[in-house]
Design a protein around this ligand. Structure first.
Ligand code: ADP
Ligand code: MG
Length: 479
């Protein structure tokens, strides 16, 4: 039924900027304070209080703009967006309307299948956050916590360039990874540091124009973006196929029931009576300021990716995975700079390290192993001190301690058994203990050879190199 319909999606992402203080006042933005202790006269817009723009927030917005190759406005304006809501006692939000700080740009979004899609960024503007209504604290009433009022946000708006729920989720993920990379947002979705509004419409495949859209507000996980959109796409198709019409409205995603529900009809920008905030002058960005910000830009993921491919001769898909996140890229580079083999380092980071992090639900910002430990471990594999099974054992040890690799190997006697005479003696013993199996191997049963190798490995407590055992055993059995 869905085959001849095409979804169209554009998202708006609110990114909480990781400044120390609010966007127009010196109040701290630290998370977790008691209600209403972090809102001063400016945050509440008491009469006569004057907002002063926080330069750190401007710097962060510019960093984002440079990273997506956008035009940065020489002059931009702060507007008042007027509306009434209990968590906004001042009656307006300071935002940017027709003159945002960041203009059109481009974001390369990495899709699940490893391909990349260029998504247009319409704009990104600075604004302040509102307070919070607290519904679960008092039985009969709603509490208001204004600590969040005035927290700097960068609202990033994409073009309606996505054609599936999965692409939209990937785009949200990419924005998350980029703002974390740039160190302008802590990326903590659970604490609300990033929220996504997803706009979606459907049209018949081949149609030139877009259909009417709905907007799903405030989604705070990648998975929920995908699920909410999939539900909404099906719902819209269903309505249209029954001959109904899509109403322009704001909807809400209920994750427990996995449905979207109508919240209110969509307000139009006219409803907000935007006008330039008379308390704030237009913001002019000098070329010196832009140059200063440019000089602090880190190497971007695409640049790092290209360099990993050319400097370390990594396969592009491997380099993609290593540059998906700033922490993993940094860890990788530190390991290689300590002399570890680039290919082995990639294998370990994307293999054992990734699996162990996964098991413990940690991420690459929180790897309990140091690059030095990993580099030493790889060096001991390459100089054949460690077999692959011993290496795994050492890896488990360094995961839970800061001890140097060589110390662990010495202390636990984990050195690989590569002394040929010692190995021969061990193999001889196994041959003598298993006359039946030896007979079968001589008769051509290769599976049984594997069994004997296993016995030798076991007797060596995993310290022998299986390949070497294989060679020696064959030699000693004359096969
Ligand atoms: P608004 O004024 O409602 O915020 P915008 O024009 O700023 O509307 O668009 C908001 C978001 O909706 C953007 O991300 C844009 O890409 C997306 N969008 C616009 N039109 C459509 C459409 N027909 N279908 C899906 N998304 C759309
Ligand atoms: Mg909008």
């Amino acid at each position: 039924m869905t085959s001849n319909w095409e979804p169209v999606v554009g998202i708006e992402v609110h990114v909480q900027l990781a400044t120390r203080s609010k966007i127009f006042s010196t109040t701290s933005v630290e998370f977790g304070a008691a209600p209403n202790v972090r809102a001063n006269l400016i945050d509440l817009a008491m009469p006569g209080a004057l907002p002063v723009l926080n330069e750190e927030a401007v710097t962060m917005a510019v960093k984002f703009g440079l990273a997506i190759n956008a035009e940065i406005a020489e002059t931009c304006v702060f507007d008042r967006k007027n509306y009434f809501y209990p968590d906004l006692p001042k009656g307006y939000q300071i935002s940017q309307f027709d003159s945002p700080i960041v203009g059109r740009g481009q974001l390369a979004v990495l899709l699940e299948d490893g391909s990349v899609r260029e998504i247009g960024i319409t704009r990104a503007h600075l604004e302040e956050d509102a307070g919070k209504s607290v519904h679960d604290r008092f039985a009969e009433s709603t509490g208001i916590d204004l600590n969040r009022a005035g927290t700097p946000l960068l609202e990033i708006v994409t073009e309606p360039d996505m054609r599936s729920a999965a692409e939209a989720a990937a785009c949200f993920r990419q924005i998350h990874s980029l703002v974390s990379w740039l160190d302008i947002c802590d990326g903590n979705l659970a604490e609300g540091s990033m929220r996504c509004d997803a706009n979606v419409s459907v049209r018949k495949v081949g149609d030139e124009t877009f259909g009417e859209r709905t907007e799903i507000k405030n989604i705070n996980s990648f998975r929920f973006v995908e699920r909410a959109l999939n539900y909404e796409i099906e719902r819209q198709i269903d309505v249209l196929e029954r001959g109904g019409e899509i109403v322009r409205e704001t909807r809400q995603y209920d994750a427990d029931r996995d449905v979207t529900l109508s919240m209110r009809s969509k307000e139009l920008s006219d409803d907000y009576r935007y006008f330039p905030d008379p308390d704030l002058l237009p913001l002019r960005l000098s070329s010196t300021f832009l140059e200063t910000v440019r000089s602090t830009m880190p190497e971007l993921p695409e640049q790092k990716l290209e360099r990993f491919v050319s400097d370390y001769t990594l396969a592009p898909p491997v380099a993609v995975r290593l540059t998906r996140d700033h922490n993993i890229a940094t860890f990788y580079e530190s390991t290689v700079e300590l002399g570890a083999d680039p290919q082995q380092s990639a294998n370990w980071l994307l293999g054992e390290v990734a699996a162990a992090l996964n098991r413990e639900e940690r991420d690459y910002s929180d790897v309990p192993v140091s690059p030095k430990q990993l580099a030493d471990l790889i060096a001991r594999i390459q100089d054949k001190t460690l077999s692959s099974s011993l290496a795994k054992e050492v890896f488990e040890r360094i995961w839970s301690s800061d001890d140097p690799v060589d110390e662990i190997i010495e202390r636990r006697g984990l050195r690989q058994l590569s002394d040929v005479e010692e190995l021969r003696a061990l193999i001889q013993r196994i041959i003598e203990e298993h006359p039946d199996q030896v007979e079968q191997v001589r008769g051509g049963a290769t599976k049984v050879l594997g069994y004997l190798i296993g016995q030798v490995m076991k007797a060596s407590q995993g310290k022998a190199d299986p390949r070497q055992v294989n060679e020696l055993l064959k030699g000693m059995l004359n096969i």
